[in-house]
Design a protein around this ligand. Structure first.
Ligand code: PXP
Length: 241
């Protein structure tokens, strides 16, 4: 089975916000990614709106609804926004002020399960698929099911940051076991966070893995690999005077 790719375009928006204009345009980036075979465009609208804006979601869902995968905190504001624009799927993630990036999977205690369950029910009624970003443990896979998820996104942050090969293999095993259990209980399995061309292969090979959501390493690479063209175009513009 081929593993699908979701490209997270948050950091195209980070660059745009640095100058407050329209470039680089996350919509153009999304179109390029889809044209190259990405199955999903992933975007995280944060409470502080540090990168992706509501207007990005509006433009993207108008044209590419089934491909749009919105990451968000479980707040009334965000659930209302999802119901307004109806992306194909939503992934609930934990969100804390001032964090550099999502810090790990959701905390799935009884109270949070109840809150997620009621938000998931509202989204499902609008034909929005619900994913939960969870740590790769058997308990959390079972709790995600209880919370009404159709998809679990297994967090690969610890795997990606493993300091030793032994640690990395142990964390890969956790992802593998969680994937098997998730499939057994009828959940789709996605994964992501911190994946690069160097560490993605083993996760893509996990039994049952359907989709990998990857952002930072793709955008960081694109900035460097796109430089020769950008410099060439500027030199040509200078010399065309
Ligand atoms: N999946 C989730 C739930 C995330 O929060 C993030 C980071 O925004 C990613 C995947 C992508 O992580 P990265 O940008 O490190 O590839």
């Amino acid at each position: 089975m081929t593993v699908k790719l979701g490209v997270n375009i948050d950091h195209i928006a980070t660059l745009r916000q640095a100058r407050g204009g329209n470039a680089p345009d996350p919509f153009a980036a999304a179109e390029a990614c889809l044209a190259l075979g990405a199955r999903y465009i992933v975007l995280h609208i944060r409470r502080d709106r540090r990168h992706v804006q509501e207007s990005d979601l509006e433009r993207l869902t108008k044209k590419y609804r089934p491909h749009i995968h919105l990451e968000m905190a479980n707040t009334k504001e965000m659930v209302d926004m999802a119901l307004k624009y109806k992306p194909g799927s939503v992934c609930f993630v934990p969100e804390y002020p001032n964090e550099l990036t999502t810090s790990g999977g959701l905390k799935l205690d009884d109270k949070n399960i109840a809150l997620l369950r009621s938000a998931a029910a509202r989204l499902k009624k609008s034909d929005i698929e619900v994913s939960l970003f969870i740590n790769p443990t058997a308990n959390d896979v079972r709790r995600a099911k209880k919370a009404g998820a159709a998809i679990v996104e297994l967090c690969t942050k610890d795997y990606s940051e493993a300091k030793t090969e032994r640690q990395r293999l142990k964390l890969l095993e956790d992802i593998s076991m969680s994937s098997i259990l998730a499939k057994e209980i009828g959940l789709s399995v996605h994964s992501g966070h911190g994946l690069t061309t160097d560490n993605v292969g083993a996760v893509a090979a996990v039994n049952g893995m359907e989709c990998l959501n990857i952002g930072f390493s793709i955008i960081a690479r694109a900035v460097i690999s796109g430089l020769p063209q950008a410099v060439l175009e500027m030199k040509q513009a200078i010399n065309a005077r």
